[in-house]
Design a protein around this ligand. Sequence first.
Ligand code: DC
Length: 217
Amino acid sequence: MIITIDGPAGSGKSTVAETLAGLLDFYHFNSGSLYRGLTAYFIEQNIFEINDEFTKKLKNLKIDVKFIDNVQHVYVNNIDFTEKLRNSLVGELSPKFSVNTKIRKLVDNCQKKFTLNNNVVIDGRDIGSFVLPNAEYKFYLDCDINERAKRRYDELIKRGESVTLDDIKSKIKKRDEFDMNKEIAPLKIPENAIIVDSTNKTVQQVVDEMLKSIEIK
Ligand code: DC
């Protein structure tokens, strides 16, 4: 069975997907990690933008995902990049590389292959709309921008970073605009998706709401 969860940055997709997958005993497959893994690979090759070197490296690029002790590992050309996925430069450059059609095809194929023979909760931005439109259950997880900004702010303050709430809010706004208006695979509500709003809700409340929809169908 395939359950997809799409939604804007900071809506809690990943945490919700992880919890839901744990309860159902499914794999939690995070699609952003694949774009991040490829970005980490390019950074390691000293490639920071789409240029001739990038195009050359694209030719023999291979991406794989394996689960070890229930943790998703991302391999690019057989090298494990999992440790580098959350690196801030990776986060900064991944939107740039993720708009490339060959990169998207590589990631899409990897996702399709994995979901063929596994029970999966997969979260991203284009999964229910483009990659796996025939998934059994498709969710769109939304959340008010003020709450998304506050969550991100608390997370960064906890990490000791010096940031302002206004600055974070304007970055999230820009990110939404970019994600929703990009030419290839823009963020949108997938056809027949169940919309869940996580504003003012705990992870458990959101997951319970999803479980109810899964039972009802
Ligand atoms: O959700 P995230 O920040 O880990 O995603 C990393 C990058 O991958 C981000 O630039 C958006 C992109 N992405 C995408 O284009 N499509 C997806 N399904 C998931 C992520």
